[in-house]
Design a protein around this ligand. Structure first.
Ligand code: SF4
Length: 518
């Protein structure tokens, strides 16, 4: 309900002349229509907002609940056109390719008008001409117009576009963010961010951590102007008392401190979607605490500086300790720390260092506290690393469920010995599924459909399918391998990503320094 992604698209569609846009949610007990509540199967266009791969099964469930055939080839002229957009299908749409008619690749705002124009123009003309029209919209991928072929070893041998379809589909990106204000339009009681009007501050990130798809694909980093942000924040005032400033690099916005001072002076509480360890300035932290924020969230990612260098995350342990101390001194009462397991080159020593770093953070907080009641709680989250398309680790295998389970158990065991620390962690089996849907090609759709028909039972789907999911998840890829997502043009050079990968593994290629350009 709180997601800005679907809200931007919903209201963008609704603003177009002659378009009625309504939302439908997939709830525990079926589809839940809001607004006027017309049936999804009666729409001209059914657009899915899909941010993560673990939502793919929900896409299939929604199609089934709407009474639509799952596979695009089984839908006819009387059915709505099915479109998927969002971050996961932008990186690699192939695992859902057979289920959708089109994929909006990249940022959707500027695609809406040409998409609606293509649907209108193609109405009544039959499915094939409509798909051809859609494929002509830059940033729109039409899977039915591409034919994959496979080599005897199972790898992708060719990916051939039909005549007229582009060989590569360029990711759409908004140039001038100020032209597209992005804020919560619905703030609903009982939803994730109840009472918080979210405003997007910037888009993208310039830092290039090697595991992070957002840091590579959502480029360039674009900041909204202070004038535009002030206007959007004013507009959101009647909706919610507090403001949530959102962006992958919100702390890198050059006007953030100015904005924070203004919000504090106006008596409006606010929070940030994330806080960089190296941007945790005392004044900003104090303004956050005064604005009602209780928790500081930092992502050291790993327990050792060595492994952070592998990730291109240039943060020292000293910076982690300093930021934690500053957050506590500013009056924030909880510290959330994010770590990942299953990373390339990770050793048992790296894993053991996570608990050591948390212990050192705790000691630092104890040293600084003035009274017993000042004790800050530490909440540690252990995530499982999933290699993502369009990052330097796209060639790297997933660590596997057993190794991740053992690693998590070992770290949790140690963390349980540290007082005042709460631990949560990802489930390795879901990170395996996420890796399958991140790295799989079109054949992975068979597993996805079987899992859907088995009520979400992926183990059964794997048993019943002729396809071995380990092929996609646990196999390192060759440098020259044609990757299922190579036809997407996100503006990155594959050779620069490969050089980054080799450099991360300590196997630097001559003349290959620097980030993957684009
Ligand atoms: S992990 Fe954070 S800092 Fe690193 S590239 Fe991604 S968004 Fe940027």
């Amino acid at each position: 309900m709180s997601s800005l992604g679907y809200q931007a698209i919903l209201y963008g569609f609704a603003a177009l002349p002659g378009v009625i846009a309504e939302r439908v949610f997939l709830a525990e007990d079926g589809l839940q229509a809001l607004d006027a509540g017309f049936a999804p199967a009666a729409a001209d266009l059914l657009a899915f907002s899909v941010s993560g791969e673990n939502d793919y099964e929900g896409l299939l469930r929604t199609l089934a609940l709407a009474g639509l055939p799952l596979r695009a080839r089984d839908r006819g002229a009387g059915h709505p056109l099915v479109l998927a957009g969002g971050f996961a299908p932008t990186l690699n749409p192939e695992p859902i390719a057979p289920f959708v008619d089109a994929v909006a690749v990249g940022e959707g705002e500027e695609l809406l008008e040409p998409l609606v124009a293509a649907v209108r123009a193609g109405r009544g003309a039959g499915r094939a001409p409509l798909l051809e029209r859609l494929a002509a919209v830059p940033g729109v991928y039409v899977p039915a117009l591409y034919e994959p072929a496979y080599a005897p070893d199972g790898t992708l041998a060719a990916f051939t576009p039909a005549p007229g379809a582009p060989a590569r589909v360029a990711r759409a990106a908004v140039r001038d963010l100020d032209a597209w204000p992005c804020r919560s339009r619905t703030v609903a009681p009982g939803s994730e961010f109840e009472g918080l009007g979210i405003v997007e501050v910037n888009r993208g990130c310039g830092r290039g951590c090697r595991f992070c798809a957002a840091g590579h694909v959502v480029r360039p980093l674009r900041h909204r102007s202070l004038a535009a942000l002030r206007a959007t924040i004013d507009e959101s005032a009647p909706l919610a008392p507090r403001v949530g400033l959102l962006g992958a690099a919100v702390a890198d916005h050059p006007g953030l401190l100015t904005l924070a001072r203004e919000l504090a002076a106006a008596g409006r509480g606010f929070s940030l979607s994330s806080l960089r360890l190296d941007r945790a300035e005392p004044e900003l932290l104090a303004l956050l605490a005064a604005g009602g924020t209780r928790t500081a969230t930092f992502a050291p990612e790993t327990g050792t500086e060595r492994l952070r260098r592998v990730l291109n995350k240039r943060i020292t342990d000293a910076q982690v300790l300093e930021a934690a101390g500053r957050a506590a001194a500013a009056g924030l009462r909880q510290l959330k720390l994010y770590f990942m397991l299953g990373l390339p080159t990770e050793t048992p020593e790296d894993r053991a260092a996570i608990a050591d770093l948390v212990r050192r953070v705790r000691h630092r907080l104890l040293e600084d506290r003035r009274e017993k009641t000042d004790l800050v709680r530490i909440a540690v989250t252990l995530g499982c690393f999933v290699p993502k398309a369009w990052t330097p680790f796209q060639w790297h295998p997933h660590a596997g469920v057993r190794e991740l389970k053992e690693g998590i158990h070992a770290v949790v065991r140690e963390l349980k010995k540290v007082p005042n620390v709460d631990v949560t962690h990802d489930l390795p089996k879901w990170s395996y599924v996420q890796a399958l849907l991140s790295l799989g090609d079109r054949r992975a759709a068979d597993l996805l459909e079987r899992a859907h028909r088995a009520g979400g039972d992926w183990a059964r789907a794997a048993r019943e399918s002729a396809l071995n999911p380990d092929f996609f998840v646990l196999r390192g890829r060759r440098r020259d391998e044609l990757l299922p997502w190579d036809f997407i043009d996100v503006g990155l050079s594959k050779s620069a990503l490969w050089a980054q990968y080799r450099s991360a593994l300590g196997d630097e290629e001559p003349g290959a320094r620097g980030e993957a350009g684009g």
